[in-house]
Design a protein around this ligand. Structure first.
Ligand SMILES: [Zn+2]
Length: 303
């Protein structure tokens, strides 16, 4: 799933192509919007909020999209179109007086009045990468459930918006906490500042590097490195799969030595035969396609 910084970068790219353009033709290929027509409206903004995208049109209309696991926006130059092999994946064609934009595989696609955007993003905490970022509010919200495991609290978008699994897992490592440390035992300001600093750095640098080393296979401390030696102490990196029924539980990696604190009991760490031991960090960003249909992979349940 794209993290907040990836969505932010996508919004920046789309903004450059489309803001100021007028829609010549729109073609929604989702049943609930089949009759919607954006023709004649100009595109006034392309913004991100956490992992959500807001495309605003003249006349006070906003298109809300969310990539979830593998949605994407694509742009082609004037007069061009995407190859037909993409036809099954197209959810919206936005033809403008300049480029044409396509929303692909987008699981969330809805129109709201711009004045009522709160209905779709109002539940979210402060956006780490947004102009209205507020550390005090984020820390207050993180503390609403003092017993919550750190990694899950960081991923809960109602606390703060934009952190995905990569940043959550790597932040826990760099702060030296087991991912299951209750938030009440954590310096939340320092933790949130670190996550934000790493994400901000990512906005102007390729990849999502936490180690400072951009060499292939060296970019992360623990993310995607199950059973490989910790870069700091050599202890094999531990892995736990997401727990079904816990909405903010995700695949988790940690170093049991560098990250002291509570960790799940063995009973909570399923080890069925052939169990996938976590994604390879090299595959980050292309997991959606690579793993689609892999046996036993309950992607849909994790949304
Ligand atoms: Zn270690």
């Amino acid at each position: 799933m794209p993290e907040g910084d990836s969505v932010w970068k996508a919004a920046r790219r789309m903004r450059g192509h489309l803001v100021g353009r007028t829609v010549v033709r729109s073609d929604f290929r989702v049943p609930q919007l089949a009759t919607a027509d954006l023709g004649g409206r100009s595109i006034t903004a392309f913004d991100s909020y956490g992992k959500h995208m807001l495309t605003r049109f003249s006349g006070g209309l906003t298109l809300h999209t969310h990539f979830k696991m593998d949605g994407a926006w694509q742009v082609v130059g004037p007069g061009k179109r995407l190859p037909r092999t993409f036809d099954d994946e197209i959810r919206l064609v936005l033809e403008t007086d300049g480029p044409t934009a396509y929303a692909l595989r987008m699981p969330v696609l809805e129109l709201v009045e711009t004045a009522r955007e709160d209905e779709v993003i109002g539940h979210l905490g402060p956006d780490l990468l947004g102009p209205s970022w507020d550390e005090d509010v984020a820390v207050d919200r993180l503390l609403r459930d003092p017993e919550a495991p750190l990694v899950e609290a960081l991923l809960d978008q109602r606390n703060l918006a934009g952190i995905g699994n990569l940043w959550a897992v790597e932040t826990c490592f760099l702060r030296g906490h087991s991912p299951w440390t209750p938030v009440r035992d954590v310096d939340l300001r320092a933790t949130v500042r670190l996550a934000r600093r790493m994400m901000q750095h990512s906005l102007d640098h390729p990849g999502q590097v936490t180690t400072g080393n951009t060499r292939r296979g060296e970019t992360h401390w623990v993310y995607g490195r199950a059973e490989r030696p910790c870069r700091r102490c050599g202890t094999p990196v531990a892995f736990r799969d997401a727990v079904t029924g816990k909405p903010w539980s995700r695949e988790t990696w940690w170093c049991p030595h560098c990250q002291p604190g509570p960790f799940p009991s063995l009973a909570e760490r399923p080890t069925r035969p052939g169990f996938r031991r976590g994604v390879n960090e090299e595959s980050f960003g292309s997991r959606g396609r690579r793993l689609r249909g892999a046996p036993g992979y309950a992607r849909g349940a994790r949304g």
